[in-house]
Write a protein that binds this ligand. Structure first.
Ligand code: SF4
Length: 176
C-alpha cells in the first residue's frame, strides 16, 4: 500500500528521471504523454468562444497557437481538428520537464498552461509567485517550514508523503 502511495506522489518525477537516462525519447509513448503541455481536461467536453468569435479550449487559454478564429472557419473544424491538435502540442523544454512537469505539489498550485501563458507569455514556464503560494500551502499543511526554502521537486519522499497524508481525503480524491 505504501509502495502504491509513493508511486502516486512521484509518478511524473520518476518519469522524467527515467527519461533523462533514456536515449529513446521519440516514439516512446510514456515520454509523448509526459511532454504534452496540456494535462487538464480543457477541450475534452467543453470550449469557450469570446464575444469576437475566438474559440478556445478553456476560457483562460489565450495563447495564439492554441486558439481558432471562428470568423474565418467552422465550429466543426475547431472542435474536430483544432482541439485534438492543441491537446497534442508537446514541449521540448528540459527546464519545464524538470520543474512544473515534475512538481510534487502541482495539485496545491495555480499552475496550468493557460495561467503560465497569461503570467509569463509562455505556457511552458514556471510562475514564481505561484510557486511561493504552493510552497506556503505545503508548509502550512504539514507544519514543515522546509517546504518554504527548497525547490518542491527537491523535497525528499518522507516530506512528500507527510504532505500527501496531510491533504484531506476528499481533496486528495479530487486531485488523483
Ligand atoms: S509549485 Fe512551482 S514548480 Fe510546482 S507547479 Fe507550481 S509553479 Fe511549477
Amino acid at each position: 500500500m505504501q509502495e502504491q502511495s509513493d508511486t502516486l506522489i512521484l509518478t511524473e518525477k520518476v518519469l522524467w528521471q527515467e527519461c533523462t537516462g533514456c536515449r529513446r525519447k521519440e516514439g516512446c509513448e510514456q515520454f509523448e504523454e509526459f511532454s504534452k503541455i496540456l494535462h487538464c481536461g480543457a477541450g475534452n467536453g467543453s470550449f469557450s468562444v469570446s464575444y469576437n468569435g475566438i474559440f478556445r479550449l478553456c476560457s483562460s487559454l489565450w495563447h495564439p497557437d492554441m486558439t481558432y478564429d471562428l470568423r474565418n472557419g467552422l465550429l466543426k473544424e475547431a472542435w474536430e481538428v483544432v482541439v485534438p491538435e492543441v491537446r497534442n502540442i508537446r514541449s521540448s523544454s528540459k527546464e519545464f520537464f524538470s520543474t512544473c512537469k515534475s512538481c510534487p505539489i502541482i495539485n496545491l498550485c495555480m499552475w496550468c498552461a493557460a495561467h503560465a501563458h497569461l503570467e509569463n507569455g509562455s505556457p511552458e514556464t514556471r510562475v514564481s509567485w505561484f510557486c511561493e503560494v504552493a510552497k506556503a500551502r505545503a508548509a502550512e499543511l504539514t507544519g514543515d517550514p522546509r517546504w518554504l526554502t527548497c525547490e518542491p521537486w527537491e523535497m525528499e519522499l518522507p516530506q512528500q508523503r507527510a504532505l500527501h497524508d496531510a491533504i484531506e481525503p476528499s481533496a486528495r480524491d479530487r486531485h488523483e
